[in-house]
Design a protein around this ligand. Structure first.
Ligand code: ZN
Ligand code: ZN
Length: 585
């Protein structure tokens, strides 16, 4: 009897084994079909989001943000959360596993936003139609006449949109109310000016032009009416712009998708700030005689560091060679990475450096311009801004910020091996889910991690093979910015930090200019959690690397680690970590 059972078991497990390969193929094929379905549903429900992702099938529709639209969102979330349960996550490929979790997170986050977060009640700045319409005029995805036709159909929804907004708003915060007033009044120029310019260039006949102009006027009136309504809104005890601990922690979980809680990340950031200060003070002591001779060093550590930073910031390029300086560094970064064998760079995909296009003019610095998920063959550009035409003192202050040291770190972050390199790898395991729902903490965290990794390996040190103390000091200052972003965000929203204390920290502990600090305060009073993504992602990636080093000992190889890490695409670091740990077992 025992023997028979054993035979039966053996054959069962044999069948199970054959089945499981089959099941995996089935499950993955089924999941791919599910994803296509999910995305189509997502776009239908969110035509504005679809349009900005380059999917224009629903351009003629503007969703009126009423009770019915929220019910439709909830129904979509429930139906899809149900569908997701049908898949055995262990049977999915790594790419599908992470897609599965990212979709699930997106659905739960949406549901949470409607039921608990309720920003549609207290944040009036969430209501603004200008950007969607502006994109239809500025982006060249279809003929102008076709775009204008959809523009016209979409305009019909605007008055109802603002009526619904007024019904939704309850006890809004003062900060978001003011922002909504400013942005809606500013946004009317799309209908009053940009549209007229577009109509002149179009082939529409006079009647069509008149019809669209009449509707555009109604839309602009609705925007102004909304701003005026907000201005007169009786709101004697406005809600605080501070999110509070309970909502903040949840929002952090959904948006950052970290392996740490918000509180753990905050504690880590505070500790990191103190460590950075100690390191910076050590370098300041070391460099002091070189730059200040016999002059006594201030007894306050932070004051001494600040004087050293100010002195080093004088080393910067001239305004007219700003672009050239950035362009010159790209091949240097590539050569260094090859020489040190840090990461594989695909030679068939060189970065196209270009002067920033006309429509972006006035934005200095550098940024990556990547093609969207529906424009796979488009080029990736490195837009480099020019300072031409800037007033002298504004240019000088900007160049001190982006001095010879920081400019190199900026290039590492934005281009190689930062955002640009990460993007190339992400495109190798194509996932439309990850290009739509890509995790910002992973994306920004990688770029911030890359900065430190390059200096650790001696970038900028030339023949000495080591980055100079000056370079490290400036790097630490740069790193303090993302560290203090996290401290600021958590302190303000959870710990009730005052504006005075916030500015004091940014200016005296993170060594920022007063104007920069004021801007940061403005940002933290109308956003939540977003400012944490840089430090959180960086910390998780760095910790993962150190953990792998320990585990693998002599067998650890930095290039392999980078290749493996990036191969999972823009997924949250905690999932990448899980998969890498499994693999290394
Ligand atoms: Zn200067
Ligand atoms: Zn970045």
């Amino acid at each position: 009897m025992k023997k028979i059972l054993a035979v039966i078991f053996a054959s069962v497990s044999l069948v199970a084994c054959n089945n499981s390969t089959q099941t995996m193929a089935d499950q993955n094929a089924k999941f791919d079909a599910y994803k296509a379905n999910f995305i189509e549903g997502l776009w239908k429900l969110n035509p504005g989001w679809a349009s900005s992702a380059g999917y224009h099938k629903y351009d003629s529709v503007l969703v009126v943000p009423d009770e019915a639209s929220r019910a439709a969102q909830i129904a979509f979330c429930n139906a899809n959360l149900d569908s997701l349960k049908d898949f055995d996550i262990n049977a999915l490929s790594d790419n599908n596993k992470t897609d599965h979790r990212m979709i699930e997170n997106q659905l739960k986050a949406t549901e949470w936003g409607i039921k608990d977060g309720k920003a549609y009640e207290w944040d009036p700045s969430g209501y603004n139609v200008a950007e969607g319409f502006a994109n239809m005029l500025n982006n060249d995805y279809d003929s102008l006449d076709n775009r204008l036709h959809n523009f016209y159909l979409r305009l019909a929804f605007v008055p109802a949109y603002y009526e619904a907004a007024k019904k939704n708003i309850k006890n809004p915060t003062t900060e978001h109310t003011q922002l909504a007033i400013d942005q809606n009044l500013g946004g009317t120029s799309v209908f009053e000016k940009d549209l007229q310019d577009a109509l002149q260039k179009s082939g529409l006949d006079v009647q069509e032009k008149e019809a669209i102009t009449a509707r555009a006027k109604e839309a602009a009136d609705a925007m102004k009416g909304f701003a005026e309504w907000l201005r007169q809104l009786k709101n004697e005890d406005p809600r605080s712009f501070r999110l509070g601990k309970a909502l903040y922690e949840k929002k952090f979980d959904y948006e950052i998708q970290s392996g740490y809680t918000a509180e753990q990340i905050f504690d880590k950031a505070v500790q990191h700030k103190n460590e950075l200060h100690e390191k910076m003070y050590g370098i300041t002591q070391q460099l002091w005689p070189k730059y200040f001779g016999g002059k006594a060093m201030p007894s306050d550590k932070l004051v001494a560091i600040k004087q050293m930073i100010d002195t080093l910031s004088i080393n910067h390029v001239q305004p007219d060679s700003f672009q050239a300086a950035i362009e010159k560094q790209i091949p240097e970064l590539e050569a260094f990475i090859k020489e040190k064998d840090l990461i594989y760079l695909d030679p068939s995909k060189p970065l196209v450096v270009r002067k920033e296009p006309e429509y972006m003019a006035g934005v200095a610095g550098a940024s990556i311009n990547a093609p969207g998920p529906y424009d796979k063959n488009g080029n990736t550009y490195y837009n480099v801004g020019s300072l031409s035409g800037w007033p002298k003192d504004k240019a000088e202050s900007y160049l001190r910020e982006y001095n010879d040291y920081i400019l190199q770190i900026l290039n590492i972050h934005e281009a190689i091996p930062g955002h640009y390199t990460q993007l190339i790898y992400a495109n190798q395991s194509p996932s439309i889910i990850k290009s739509i729902l890509g995790n910002n903490a992973m994306i920004e965290g990688w770029a911030v991690y890359a900065e430190r990794m390059m200096l650790e390996n001696g970038y900028s040190g030339g023949a000495s093979g080591q980055a100079s103390p000056e370079m490290w000091l400036m790097y630490y200052k740069w790193n303090l910015r993302s560290t203090c972003n996290t401290i600021l965000d958590y302190s303000v929203h959870v710990k009730n930090m005052s504006k005075k204390d916030a500015l004091n920290m940014l200016v005296n502990e993170a060594f920022q200019q007063q104007a920069e600090a004021e801007g940061k305060w403005k940002r933290v009073s109308v956003t939540q959690v977003q400012l944490c993504c840089y430090f959180t992602g960086y910390t998780e990636i760095y910790d993962l690397r150190e953990e792998m080093k320990k585990k693998l000992g002599d067998k650890f190889n930095l290039k392999q680690f980078h290749k493996k890490f990036l191969s999972y695409g823009s997924a949250p670091v905690k999932y990448i970590k899980e998969l890498m740990e499994q693999e290394s077992k």
